[in-house]
Design a protein around this ligand. Structure first.
Ligand SMILES: [Zn+2]
Length: 371
């Protein structure tokens, strides 16, 4: 039998706005911040706890004791009111995390909201500046060591560049903001603040792996790149709403993992490769943190001759669960070690093949490459 306070709180989480976590949107939040008067999920509760009790006091709906004053705060505040207060001016390019996003994104969002009060005060949103300069640790091209490098992001010049030496006149590399994608990849490198920046060099994808000194530094760079991309897209597509443009600032990988792949000939052996699907670009690597993929396959649409299907004709020829990706030029037989991995690849690739090219895709390099 639940006591009175739990019954009252469970009634409150049915109210508009309280039925999802105030910070990540997960449904059925069972935790609260009793001084902020918000309902939050278990994951976000653990982040709130790390803020310290002067900022947020975490209490469970069912497991903790509640006094009358605390209940009144929950009743009079609630998630919607809290959003009005703490999310007054969230920049449209800021990536609001969901429960699926990496810890770093959820943690920095929560710290930005309640600890730094970043969305009450635009002066604190330094990532919106048209130029940003600072240090990131960057993985060496040919080794696994990370070195501190000076990075400069300049929206006016449309570049992200980095320098090997502090006093170097020439940057080591210049990346066009228009061409880059950035994804948070904590697991790939085993660093909670890691990012993968992809850009194209002579028509091929190149990756650099970096991390900031702390979570804030990484997410600030991540947001700065998104802000720069938004500024560039707004010039390129003047008729498009900001909301639409914001869906195309950075892309999380649609799927990643090890697959075995054959060569172009019928009797070629299967080789294990790391596959990454970035939008319509399926890349494969020897090692997940290689700077260059060994190969790239641009995924077009059904009417251009692309398809993907479970392939029983290949059973027995290889150790895993096989599917075939058919392109106008070639069929790729790919094998996953687990059936559910194979199923996921087929579902994800199918959804890419069945969706029409976006305005940006059809007006970009894809137009020439996907025939
Ligand atoms: Zn949450």
């Amino acid at each position: 039998m639940l006591d009175r306070s739990a019954r009252l709180l469970l009634g409150l989480i049915k109210q508009n706005g309280n039925e999802i976590c105030a910070d990540c949107g997960m449904s059925d939040p069972q935790w609260t911040s009793s001084n902020l008067g918000i309902f939050i999920c278990e994951n976000c509760a653990s982040i709130h706890r790390s803020l310290g009790s002067s900022i947020s006091r975490v209490k469970s709906i069912k497991l903790d004791n509640w006094d009358e004053t605390q209940l009144q705060v929950m009743e009079s505040e609630g998630n919607l009111r809290s959003k009005e207060k703490y999310e007054q001016c969230v920049p449209s390019c800021y990536k609001r995390p969901t429960a699926k996003d990496p810890q770093i994104l959820r943690e920095q969002w929560i710290r930005a909201k309640y600890e730094r009060l970043e969305f009450q005060n635009p002066d604190k949103q330094t990532y919106l500046a048209s130029r940003r300069e600072g240090y990131l640790w960057k993985k060496g091209r040919d080794d696994k060591k990370f070195q501190k490098r000076r990075f400069v992001l300049d929206t006016t010049e449309n570049v992200l560049k980095y320098y090997v030496k502090d006093d170097a006149k020439e940057p080591k590399a210049i990346l066009r903001i228009d061409d880059i994608n950035v994804a948070l990849v904590p697991d790939k490198i085993g660093n909670p603040n890691a990012m993968q920046i992809l850009y194209s060099q002579d028509g091929h994808t190149r990756n650099i792996f970096v991390y900031g000194e702390d979570g804030k530094e990484s997410v600030d760079w991540y947001t700065a790149i998104r802000a720069a991309k938004l500024a560039r897209l707004a010039i390129a597509y003047p008729g498009t709403t900001e909301q639409e443009l914001c869906q195309n600032l950075t892309r999380d990988f649609l799927n990643e993992g090890w697959l075995s792949k054959t060569g172009p000939k019928a009797n070629d052996a299967y080789r294990k490769r790391w596959f990454t699907l970035d939008g319509r670009r399926l890349m494969y690597y020897e090692d997940p943190v290689d700077p260059f993929p060994k190969g790239e396959i641009l995924i077009g649409t059904t009417d251009k001759g692309f398809s993907v299907f479970d392939d029983i004709t290949q059973a027995g020829k290889n150790p895993g669960f096989v599917f075939t990706l058919r392109t106008p030029n070639r069929s790729f037989h790919l094998a996953a070690e687990a059936e559910q991995d194979k199923d996921k690849w087929v579902v994800v690739l199918k959804s890419v093949i069945e969706s029409p090219l976006s305005v940006q895709e059809s007006s970009s390099m894809f137009r020439g490459l996907i025939k």
